[in-house]
Design a binder for this molecule. Structure first.
Ligand code: HEM
Length: 524
């Protein structure tokens, strides 16, 4: 039994702790001049909250941006709202769904840089790279990496996508009239996206049948398997210590995949360098050529940086694509009228039924509109993190046209909420509806469409994605009609229930569809 004085000590320490927290909270509130917003015990996207659902007063939830969309901004009546968390220390964040404020933040790199600690630190696993760097280091990476994304590469992306899609339809789906997939990501879009990034990113073509993929001498795993494991088990590798991974067979296999991929990439560097100047168009070769060009002699990337950037192309380049393609096919299955409009448009561009070519891309405007509308509703990257490097201010506004200036103390975290802007009724009429045609109107609100981020740090792979996706979507819709797989247990559900089930998703590293069962029926 604790004595009376021990109890008194515990209680007074507790009271002191609470008083200190309350004072720190009041200081934080007054530092942003009482700008409204929620307050919780745990920080959004912090280590603990990362695993928690929304619990009032405790956590806003690991999937707060997509789950809340524009609701939180509507509730607090401003398109920038504050968010204060209390533990472990009092932390102030601002959540943004105001297109003008987002423009101000993304165009002021020195004032609002990208944080390079958590959650980005784990992306350094293969070496320093463009995605996780800031300041002068980022400038150097971007200057050398940018030329890798060239028109020659996009032509290769298109041609490789056509080759891969044809190979997939012929080899995997064969001559079946109807193909049923239990989950569109694992059974279709992920293997396709991985094949495209492997061919157009690394210059390595993968076979559809695993037994055709040899393991080269000196390796314990094929390039394809190491690529598949590294990309699918990234979260496990980032979250678990080496000794923990070593405890199980699966964990050791993950480690082996990482070690093997590093060796493959290192061999590729040596191999390409020994070939001298040869015409290649894949990202990796372009990156080597750029890094070793006379222009960048003194600032060339080190081997670790080359590998780090190549890994980022792989990671950033295939999961985002696979998930977006899957959401697109699911929406077209749920909205057959929109699918028919798209099909008729594709038929009008490829009137003789020929295979689409890269030069057709600007004509496939409806395919692009379908992707943009999908990315508006299901932005796979749900937020962009920045922080304020100095004491500054930010202008915010609301649907009533009122303006305010929020003081932003140094160290404030900023979360640009992509669903917050994409579902904001100030910019998008009927924001929850799937209406690709809104992107065919020349006046669509460009500043309020930010799935690839905006400003100097916007996605460098946007055109790579648009090229591969338009080629694949066009080929698929020309050949197959997409419907939702009929399952007896869901026979009596309403349209809204079916939509909710098929599009159910989870925000992990990116927004991922959980299970999208689809049927592809050959068109005649
Ligand atoms: C649907 C497809 C894609 C989406 C929605 C997307 C989205 C984004 C977003 C939001 C950012 C900014 C991240 C931040 O600032 O924290 C970004 C950056 C980046 N993305 Fe993408 N991305 C896509 C496809 C790709 C592809 C295909 C590649 C490469 C082949 C790629 C490579 C990169 C790289 C290297 C960066 C870092 C750029 C920099 O910091 O300068 N992305 N992407």
């Amino acid at each position: 039994m604790p004595s009376g004085s021990q109890l008194l000590l515990v209680v007074s320490t507790g009271v002191l702790f609470i008083i200190k927290k309350v004072l720190a909270y009041l200081r934080a509130v007054s530092a942003i001049r009482n700008h409204p917003g929620p307050c919780t015990l745990l920080a959004a996207k912090g280590k603990v909250a990362f695993f928690l659902p929304a619990i009032p007063g405790i956590s806003v939830g690991h999937d707060c941006h997509f789950a809340q969309k524009h609701d939180v901004f509507q509730y607090y009546k401003w398109d920038v709202c504050s968010y204060i968390s209390l533990w472990p220390s009092v932390k102030t964040s601002l959540f943004l769904a105001d297109a003008a404020a987002i423009k101000e933040v993304t165009s002021s790199r020195a004032r609002f840089p990208k944080p390079t600690g958590e959650p980005y630190k784990s992306l350094r696993i293969f070496g320093p790279n463009i995605l996780i760097s800031e300041g002068e280091e980022w400038k150097r990476h971007r200057k050398i990496v940018a030329p890798a994304f060239s028109d020659r590469n996009y032509k290769m992306v298109w041609d490789e996508t056509v080759r891969i899609a044809n190979g997939f339809f012929d080899t995997v789906w064969g001559d079946r009239e109807v193909v049923v997939v239990d989950h569109c990501v694992s059974d279709f879009t992920l293997p396709i996206a991985l094949s495209i990034i492997s061919a157009a990113g690394f210059g390595k073509r993968l076979e559809w049948k695993d037994d055709l993929t040899p393991i080269p001498q000196g390796h314990k795993m094929s390039f394809k398997e190491s690529l598949e494991i590294v990309s699918s088990k990234f979260i496990n590798r980032a979250a678990l210590a080496d000794w923990w991974l070593n405890l199980t067979g699966d964990g050791r296999r993950i480690q082996l995949a990482y070690d093997e991929l590093a060796v493959y990439m290192s061999e590729m560097i040596k191999g390409r360098l020994s070939m001298g100047k040869r015409e290649h168009s894949d990202l990796f070769s372009n990156l080597l050529a750029s890094s070793f060009s006379e222009e960048f002699e003194t600032t060339a990337l080190t081997e670790a940086e080359l590998i780090g950037n190549t890994f980022i192309f792989l990671l950033a380049g295939h999961e985002t694509t696979a998930h977006t393609l899957c959401f697109t096919f699911a929406l077209l299955a749920l909205y057959p009228d929109e699918q028919e409009i798209l099909f008729q448009h594709i038929k009008s561009v490829l009137s003789d039924g020929r295979t689409p070519e890269h030069k057709d891309m600007p004509l496939l405007t409806h395919s692009m509109a379908v992707f943009y509308e999908t990315l508006r509703l299901y932005p796979v990257a749900t937020f962009i993190a920045k922080h304020s490097a100095e004491d500054t201010t930010l202008n915010a506004s609301n649907i009533r046209g009122e303006q305010t200036t929020i003081p932003v103390p140094k160290g404030t975290e900023l979360h640009i909420s992509i669903p917050g802007v994409h579902y904001n009724p100030r910019y998008w009429e009927d924001p929850h509806a799937f209406k690709p045609s809104r992107f065919l109107n020349p006046d669509w609100p460009r500043d309020a469409f930010i799935p690839f981020s905006v400003g100097p740090r916007a996605c460098i792979g946007r055109k790579f994605f648009e090229t591969e996706s338009i080629a694949l979507l066009t080929m698929l819709v020309a050949k197959y009609k997409i419907t939702v797989k009929e399952e007896p247990q869901f026979a009596s559900e309403t349209f809204e229930q079916r939509k909710g089930r098929v599009l159910k998703s989870r925000e992990v590293l990116t927004l991922r569809p959980i299970r999208v069962p689809l049927t592809f029926s050959r068109r005649h």
